[in-house]
Ligand binder design. Structure first.
Ligand SMILES: NC(=O)C1=CN([C@@H]2O[C@H](COP(=O)(O)OP(=O)(O)OC[C@H]3O[C@@H](n4cnc5c(N)ncnc54)[C@H](OP(=O)(O)O)[C@@H]3O)[C@@H](O)[C@H]2O)[C@@H](O)CC1
Ligand SMILES: [K+]
Length: 475
């Protein structure tokens, strides 16, 4: 599992570690790791041209010491000093190693092979300052590899927000721990490939982290395995309340996901039974209200539902309920909070914005805060869909999960319906909502990648690829 920590936690761990070490040890460790990563990216260090963008803090210090290391290996290293001051020891080390301070920053940037962004790290506030913007653009335009030191300057380490302009890096070398901004959009997009350099903080970081990203082994540990004596009812029955005369396809796709999520049976309730049976004859179909449909262990409510009634029956039930799409419209907060069993909401940014009374752009800009706020307000687990899907627990002390398997190919009509069915099915097998949501997002992203293999996919292709993704993870 990959974990990420807030700045205050990283600083506290750093202070605790530093208390027992000679001054400058951590910066030297960080700079050595950084120089090594740059050497790897350059291929040949000797004769290469490296430019350091240096801010006034320790982030600039890291860049200067790493630059000194590269200069000692024969690189031509030039520092561009952006602040009123620069890290003294770092600057002295660079000059002693044969590095220089730029007279004409734009001229050296134009010829650079690699640019190190040491403008700001975890001490940065707000986007890039105006004087840095033309230099950062020149670095990007030069064709040089841009490597961010600790974080791309201008992104918010704790929230992943980008307020104004920020450095767009090809790679980021981060120290001691991942920060949430490296894993959550929009900042994540600015970071490029992220590499973690161990500087010895690991044992001093708090538990729990701010953020978790599951890997194959973590998801494999969550997936249900049927016992030898299981029958279909013991494996769990998932009820799907979805589809309408206008959108029968959403019902079919939600059932397609549900059939691949491990439940022993899928019970479809609604007006699209004929369409569902035509595609999936194994479905149990019921045309009446959900309250009369028979026992289920979890409900999925909402995909393509239109104005079809049934929401009250489902929300009033005493089993876990996943609410998506049309089910989220006019969702009664008090009713959700009063439920005796867990609720999982799966909005995209637009639906989340409507629930929070804000606009979509605001949710996109501060996804981590938005998902936490929604979970707290509704007393529900919330899966916020997007390029980095997030899952928040109603308890603010529980880490948010960020899904690492997403792909832009998933932005296709109906793929959310498949995800709802899949997550609901996992809920019915007994997974906790946070585990069901994060395992579903993981498998769904992986299935989309397998199905797409570099070409567009349709939602039903994603559903068909789910068993393969499951096998991959469980292997
Ligand atoms: N933690 C660890 O374990 C280790 C941390 N290490 C490193 O230290 C870094 C943190 O260093 P830090 O605390 O000196 O802060 P940092 O990010 O350099 O910025 C500071 C200065 O920038 C300025 N400034 C602020 N906003 C700005 C903006 N938008 N645009 C431009 N300038 C802006 C502001 O100064 P001002 O100009 O306002 O006087 C502020 O004082 C960390 O990221 C990592 O690289 C490693 O060496 C070893 C282990
Ligand atoms: K930086």
């Amino acid at each position: 599992m990959r974990t990420a920590y807030r700045v205050e936690s990283v600083r506290a761990a750093e202070a605790a570690l530093m208390a027992g070490l000679p001054e400058g040890t951590l910066m030297r460790r960080a700079a050595a790791g950084l120089a090594g990563a740059c050497a790897g990216l350059l291929g040949r260090v000797y004769g290469s041209r490296v430019v350091l963008l240096v801010g006034s803090g320790a982030n600039g210090g890291d860049a200067l010491y790493a630059g000194a290391g590269l200069a000692r290996r024969g690189a031509g290293v030039t520092a561009v000093l952006l602040g009123a001051r620069a890290h003294e020891g770092g600057l002295a080390a660079l000059l002693a190693a044969g590095g220089r301070v730029a007279d004409d920053p734009f001229a050296v940037l134009a010829r650079a092979d690699l640019v190190l962004d040491g403008i700001t790290g975890i001490g940065g506030r707000g986007g890039l300052r105006p004087e840095a913007v033309p230099l950062v653009r020149a670095a990007r335009g030069s064709g040089a590899v841009v490597v961010a030191v600790d974080l791309p300057s201008g992104v918010d380490a704790d929230t992943g927000a980008v307020d104004g302009e920020a450095v767009r890096a090809d790679a980021t070398v981060t120290f001691g721990a991942y920060k949430p901004g490296l894993l959550v959009d929009p900042a994540r997009e600015y970071a490029g490939a992220v590499r973690l350099v161990d500087i010895g903080l690991a044992d001093l970081l708090p538990s729990p982290p701010e953020l978790e990203a599951l890997h194959h082994a973590d998801v494999a540990g969550l997936l249900p395995v049927p016992a030898a004596e299981s029958d279909k009812y013991r494996r769990g029955v998932v009820g799907v309340v979805a589809g309408s005369a206008r959108y029968p396809g959403a019902a079919v796709l939600a059932v397609a996901g549900a059939l691949r999520g491990g439940a022993g049976a899928v019970r479809y309730v609604g007006p699209a039974g004929a369409a569902v049976l035509a595609r999936y004859p194994e479905t149990l179909v019921h045309a009446g209200p959900p309250a009369d449909a028979g026992r289920v262990q979890a409900w999925v409510l909402g995909p393509g539902l239109g104005d079809t009634p049934g929401a009250d029956d489902v929300l009033g039930s005493d089993v876990p309920v996943l609410v998506d799409a049309d089910g989220l419209r006019a969702l009664d907060m008090a009713a959700v909070r009063a439920r005796p069993a867990p609720t999982l909401l799966t909005p995209h940014a637009g639906e989340a914005a409507a629930l929070l009374g804000t606009d979509r752009a605001d949710v996109e800009a501060r996804r981590l805060e938005a998902v936490r706020e929604l979970a707290a307000r509704y007393g529900a687990t919330v899966l916020l869909k997007g390029s980095t899907t997030l899952v928040a627990d109603p308890d603010p002390g529980v880490p948010v999960r960020v899904n690492p398997t997403g792909t832009p190919w998933l932005a296709t009509a109906g793929s959310g319906d498949v995800l709802s069915g899949l997550a609901g099915s996992l809920l019915a097998t007994g997974l906790a909502p946070r585990d069901a949501a994060s395992a579903a997002a993981y498998l769904h992203g992986l299935a989309a990648r397998r199905a797409a293999a570099g070409a567009p996919v349709a939602a039903h292709d994603v559903a068909d690829a789910l068993p393969g993704a499951w096998r991959d993870v469980a292997a």
